[in-house]
Design a protein around this ligand. Structure first.
Ligand code: F6P
Length: 343
């Protein structure tokens, strides 16, 4: 069999572990594996090359993706869909393994419906995909956030300041919640819970009165600005999947909290640091296991499925269970944790 593999959407830690595992498992079965460059861009443009075991040796521990990635949507035009079909034929690919988040796997589902044999692997630091307990990259990003918050703690305490850390995650609060908990944020703000500025200031003042004149706030980039009810947008230009670039809620909070409490407030955007660098052991092992399973599914001709983590097992689920048309949000039973360190 000849298998093509690609990574699409935002990069994250652990992608290379999946790629390495796909090549190793493929070679165990005597399959030929082909790397498709820069996500769907390479599939549409025919940038496809053989991947041998020596090409992927030792990459499991390196961040990013050795194949490159893009936010190209191959299903936006009939012309691109046609190119995809032609390239699959031209390179004689019997199956594609597509490693991606909601956009990439959503496009994979459409291509599968057009007859392309596809197996998916869920990845995203945002952890906003259904069907899987966690997506690759999430826990590494949580680790990065926790470490950043530890560092912000000491400077906030020294200066008796409020420090606001703006955290990625798009429309879901998983990163801010788990990163905020692990890093001991005193206030955690997530998109799933409307922002109450008065409550935020009350907690800050209460901490002051209790002799703790510093506060660390973890805010998800997808928290809506309470005065407008809109998302804070850093760049309004939309990508091929229709997303704007979020950013600015941290700055908004800095100004509002300063105005309302008179305290020194600073904000910082953790940004792309959350996505870069080496995966932690969890994401390396998860990536390797998912890569193996994806090839096993190809061998079984179980197309239209994704390899996912359920409990401690790697299992197949239909792509339609992963991509349901909306992001997986933090459910209400997690809301108690949001106030863990406030009171
Ligand atoms: O989906 C991952 C993510 O890092 C989001 O948390 C963030 O909003 C977005 O990607 C940033 O996108 P880009 O890489 O296109 O700037």
């Amino acid at each position: 069999m000849r298998i093509g593999v690609l990574t699409g959407g935002g990069d994250c830690q652990g992608l290379n572990a999946v790629i390495q595992a796909v090549v190793i498992r493929g070679s165990q079965y005597g399959f030929e594996v082909f790397g498709i460059e820069n996500g769907y861009e390479g599939l549409v443009g025919g940038k496809i090359r053989p991947l041998k075991r020596e090409d992927v040796e030792g990459i499991y521990q390196i961040g990013g993706t050795m194949l490159g990635t893009s936010r190209k949507n191959p299903t936006k035009t009939e012309e691109d869909i046609k190119s995809v079909m032609e390239n699959v034929k031209k390179f004689q690919l019997d199956a594609l393994i597509v490693i991606g988040g909601d956009d990439t796997l959503g496009a994979a589902m459409k291509l599968y419906e057009r007859g392309i044999p596809i197996v998916g692997v869920p990845k995203t630091i945002d952890n906003d995909l259904f069907g899987t307990d966690y997506s690759i990259g999430f826990w590494t990003a949580v680790n990065v956030i926790a470490e950043a918050l530890d560092r912000l703690h000491t400077t906030a305490k020294s200066h008796k300041r409020v420090i606001v850390a703006e955290i990625m995650g798009r429309y879901a609060g998983w990163l801010a919640l788990m990163g905020g908990l692990a890093g001991g944020a005193h206030i955690i703000l997530i998109p799933e819970k409307p922002l109450d500025l008065e409550e935020v200031c009350r907690v800050i003042k209460k901490r002051d009165e209790e002799g703790k004149p510093y506060t660390l706030i973890a805010v998800a980039e997808g928290v809506k600005v309470p005065t407008t009810g809109e998302l804070a947008v850093a760049a309004a230009e939309r990508d091929e999947y229709g997303h704007v670039r979020l950013g600015g809620i941290g700055k908004f909070l800095e100004q509002e909290i300063k105005k309302r409490t008179g305290k020194q407030v600073r904000s910082t955007v953790l940004g792309y640091i959350q996505r870069g660098g080496s995966p932690i052991a969890f994401d390396r092992v998860l990536g390797i296991r998912l890569g193996f399973k994806a090839v096993d599914l190809v061998k079984e001709k179980k197309f239209g499925y994704a390899a996912v983590l359920r409990g401690t097992q790697i299992v197949p689920v239909k792509l339609s269970e992963v991509i349901v048309g909306e992001p997986r949000k933090v459910p209400e039973d997690f809301f108690d944790y949001v106030t863990t360190f406030t009171e």
